[in-house]
Design a binder for this molecule. Structure first.
Ligand SMILES: [Ca+2]
Ligand SMILES: [Ca+2]
Ligand SMILES: [Ca+2]
Length: 224
């Protein structure tokens, strides 16, 4: 039986010797190569960032070494069952940070009155220190009351994926910065990102497809 992982040349020879296995072998060899090279799925600890109260700021630093120097094709931030405690004007400012001083989750005080995005004019004395670069991803508002809870899903744009990639490539980590302005409750936060297949995987796919094509050609009876 031809096994995935043997030298490509041996695999090609095996396919050519046993053409009846072509379809099965091509599926075994090619399909794994088409799968994403890596997927990161992670939640903070605690999963709800300890609640998202108006008087607080949060940074969530993520070790994403596995995504470094790959091509990130998608990234999504999900907040489950989020709602505001009261029916009032509110904004949840969500920033993408190059890094943050503290690993994992750090919570600091937000002493600014009203709805003011801390990360646009950050003062380290007010909250958890952050990285040297950051961009605003989104600033959604949410309806008041548990009965109005929603699953918030934010998908990175291609431009934001490129920035995320740069933030990860420089030291293997990035962070989210949250400034909840007002009093939110949520059922858990998740970040998920996927990368494109590695060049080596694409080479394997190309090689095995070429081998299958050659074998099929050998099996074809000569024209009359
Ligand atoms: Ca706040
Ligand atoms: Ca604020
Ligand atoms: Ca970084």
């Amino acid at each position: 039986m031809v096994r995935h992982g043997r030298p490509v040349t041996l695999l090609v020879e095996a396919i050519l010797r046993k053409p009846l296995w072509i379809i099965g072998a091509a599926a075994l060899l090619c399909l794994p190569g088409l799968a994403p090279a890596g997927i990161l799925r992670i939640s903070p600890d605690p999963p709800d960032l300890g609640g998202l109260d108006h008087s607080t700021l949060q940074t969530w630093r993520i070790d994403a070494q596995g995504l470094a120097y790959n091509t990130i094709t998608s990234a999504t931030l999900t907040i489950k069952d989020i709602y505001n405690w009261a029916d009032e004007p509110n904004r949840l400012f969500i920033h993408l940070l190059d890094s943050a001083q503290h690993a994992g989750v750090a919570v600091g005080p937000d002493r600014e009155e009203g709805i003011v995005d801390y990360y646009l004019n950050p003062d380290p004395s007010l909250g958890p220190p952050y990285g040297p670069a950051n961009i605003l991803l989104d600033a959604p508002s949410f309806a008041g009351g548990y009965e109005n809870r929603v699953d918030y899903v934010y998908r990175f744009t291609p431009e934001q994926l490129a920035i995320l990639q740069a933030f990860i490539d420089n030291d293997g980590q990035f962070a989210f910065g949250f400034d909840p302005d007002c009093h939110y409750s949520n059922g858990g936060i998740t970040f998920e990102a996927a990368t494109a297949p590695e060049p080596a995987s694409m080479l394997l796919v190309g090689t095995c497809l070429l081998a299958a094509a050659m074998a099929l050609r050998r099996r074809r009876p000569p024209r009359q």
